[in-house]
Design a protein around this ligand. Structure first.
Ligand code: NAD
Ligand code: GLY
Length: 364
């Protein structure tokens, strides 16, 4: 099975291939995209042990000149030191402007590879081969690249679109279940903010998704990528619409900050943040009590947490105040209108709003 989409950005447009077993078609896809024939594959030891050699065999089988640069696994290595290791490797291998980078891994590998490609020799092409659910439905599409700084996540980066995105859902068979659930949070997010019928389909298909049925996975990833592509096409650099992709993220980031990075997966924090956003939407008359219950149940059915950890309201407010989505001291929240639609609203009195919803959630 192979599905193809396009992210339409004029001269920066690119295809997304989604299927099962399609890593075998990597060389064909790269050639079709006009990708350079000299390639550095950026990966980590975890992913390389699972897929790296086979991937290289496929590229070498098509006479592509490919070699590997491995970087350590983990969000804590998404930094300038690792970026330097990549630059060192590229220079030692003599990669010039007629070369390209391929990211083989999750969102950490994708983000850092994209930024290396954006900056090496003032920019060379790159392709995304995402292997986690989160990277397949979110980070590999849209061209946000970058690394973390000790003072904050993703503070150094660039918008730089790939030449090709290649999603093989078979790679999800080796993904730890907790990582799979974290990715499902972003999938459910697309249904809540943009597509009621997708949300209902996810509810009906959850058994198949949980047991990693290829058809269900391909459909879920495809619809997620379509929605993300459509948003990015309309607002590539997040001057307005793209901010809706941050639904659940303001409170989610506060959960991550307070719990300590690494304790909670990003998707788990976003799941909690989405329930809080839905509660606030209900408080403001934008959705019903039933909508909140249905959102909560769907997230819980994917083994995602839905209740905030026990921190004080003041601690949550302080952590949200540091969030980069706070503009000039005003908290801007993405809120759901029913299920399938959303809006961005400035909240003048976050203390009253969060104070109204958090006690009822923490009692559950
Ligand atoms: P990750 O890249 O750390 O991957 C999670 C773990 O799964 C890692 O240990 C990884 O080695 C392992 N792994 C990857 N594929 C595997 C497979 N098929 N089988 C077994 N193990 C596998 O985490 P992630 O959740 O994929 O990505 C998180 C990153 O994505 C964060 O840095 C975040 O900032 C970034 N992000 C970027 C965007 C964007 O638009 N650029 C959007 C969302 C998130
Ligand atoms: N993950 C949010 C974005 O790509 O804009």
């Amino acid at each position: 099975m192979l599905e193809k989409l396009t992210v339409g950005l004029c001269e920066r447009s690119y295809p997304i291939w989604i299927g099962d077993g399609i890593l075998d078609r990597a060389a064909e896809a790269l050639e079709e995209a006009g990708f350079p024939r000299t390639i550095a594959v950026i990966s980590n030891p975890t992913v390389h042990a699972l897929y790296g050699q086979h991937f290289l065999d496929v590229l070498h089988g098509a006479n592509l000149k490919a070699s590997v640069i491995l970087v350590p696994d983990g969000e804590e290595h998404k930094n300038l030191d690792t970026l330097k290791t990549i630059y060192d490797g590229l220079i030692e291998k003599g990669l010039d402007r007629s070369s390209g980078l391929v990211a083989l891994g999750g969102g950490v590998i994708g983000d850092i590879t994209g930024f290396a490609a954006a900056t090496y020799l003032r920019g060379i092409p790159y392709a995304q081969f995402p292997t986690t659910l989160l990277s397949q439905v979110d980070s590999s599409v849209g061209g946000k690249t970058g690394v973390n700084h000790p003072l904050g996540k993703n503070l150094i980066g660039a918008f730089y679109q790939p030449l090709h995105v290649h999603i093989d859902v078979n790679t999800l068979s080796t993904l730890p279940r907790r990582e799979f659930a974290a990715g499902m949070a972003e999938v459910v997010k697309y249904g809540i903010i943009r597509d009621r019928s997708f949300f209902d389909w996810l509810s009906a298909a959850r058994g198949g998704l949980q047991s990693l049925e290829c058809d269900a996975l391909v459909q879920a990833v495809k619809r997620s990528c379509q929605i993300k592509a459509n948003v990015v096409e309309n607002d590539e650099k997040e001057s307005s619409l793209r901010a809706i992709l941050n639904y659940g993220h303001t409170f989610g980031h506060a959960v991550e900050t307070l719990s300590g990075y690494g304790e909670v997966r990003h998707g788990e924090a976003v799941a909690i943040g989405m329930v809080v956003a839905a509660m606030i939407s209900r408080e403001l008359g934008l959705c019903s009590r039933d909508d909140v219950a249905v959102i909560r149940d769907l997230l819980a059915s994917f083994n995602l947490p839905v209740n905030p950890p026990a921190f004080s309201l003041d601690a949550f407010l302080a952590a949200m105040g540091r969030d980069k989505k706070v503009k000039a001291g005003v908290l801007r929240l993405v809120l759901n209108r029913g299920i399938g639609d959303c809006l961005i609203r400035e909240v003048a009195d976050p203390e009253a709003l969060f104070g109204a919803v958090l006690p009822s959630l923490s009692q559950k």
